[in-house]
Ligand binder design. Structure first.
Ligand code: MG
Ligand code: MG
Length: 254
């Protein structure tokens, strides 16, 4: 396995890519509400990404037909935006966005509540976000990938949530998916994190069991027990100090 380490210039471009993704998420937070068509979310992100001279990374990736993934309630990841499907009060919606700027990718996902959601869904969202930041806190030089997975798993277990096993984080850079794969639970992986590694950390946690399946569209992944799932993701750079969140909004980069 080769894990690439990025130069200072590479990181600069990844920050730009990440900031464009963050801008899209800022917009999503504003416009996600009951009644909006999910294709409108795609249209907005496509517009923002192109306005900032970037490319929607997902569009055409392995044939994926849209600029973003929109996964509602029991859908985990890779859901399709649609001209007919609206968000409804009480839904939770996971929006995954990628932008390529100057050849480098930023990748970030967030799950938004649509209007008022159930107490269980509130706990799911809070816990999955907490798991993301617990994983990120382990992104320190000479920590292992296992430290990251274990931190995420511990947060998930604290609220008895299911952990999606078949999908996880990944190296990111010139390609959206690079080595290493990052499990959201402990696997004993002793690979060490090193300065300049850029990795997307992305727990996917479920209110029910761990297991998921792919729907007939060959993309949308959903929970087998039809219980809600949440997905939070940042692209992160390892340094010799605190990790840098490349997909966190930074006004100075606009
Ligand atoms: Mg990702
Ligand atoms: Mg993503």
């Amino acid at each position: 396995m080769t894990i690439s380490r990025k130069s200072r210039d590479d990181i600069k471009y990844m920050k730009m890519a990440g900031n464009i993704v963050a801008l899209c998420h800022k917009k999503m937070k504003e416009i996600v509400e009951p009644g909006i068509l999910t294709i409108e979310l795609d249209n907005e992100c496509n517009k923002i990404i192109k306005e900032h001279k970037a490319i929607p990374t997902f569009l055409g990736y392995n044939g994926f037909p849209f600029s973003i993934c929109v996964s509602i309630n029991d859908e985990v990841v890779h859901g399709f935006p649609s001209k007919t499907r609206k968000l409804n009060e009480g839904d939770i919606v996971s929006i995954d966005i990628g932008a390529t700027y100057h050849g480098f990718v930023g990748d970030s996902a967030w799950t938004y509540p649509v209007g008022n959601v159930s107490d269980d869904c509130k706990i799911l969202l809070e816990t999955t976000e907490k798991a993301l930041f617990a994983g990120i806190a382990q992104m320190k030089e000479d920590n292992t990938l296992d430290d990251v997975g274990r931190a995420i798993e511990n947060v998930a277990k604290s609220k008895n949530l299911g952990i999606v096993r078949n999908y996880g984080g990944h190296g990111v850079g010139r390609k959206m998916h690079e080595d290493p794969f990052v499990y959201n639970y402990s696997t004993g992986n002793k690979i060490k994190l090193k300065k300049g590694m850029t990795i997307a950390i992305e727990p996917m946690l479920n209110l029910g069991c761990d297991d998921v399946f792919t729907k007939d569209d060959n993309w949308t992944v959903a929970t087998i027990d039809a219980k809600p799932s949440a997905h939070f993701e940042h692209t992160v750079c390892v340094t010799d100090g605190e990790p840098i969140l490349l997909t966190r909004f930074d006004e100075s980069l606009i």
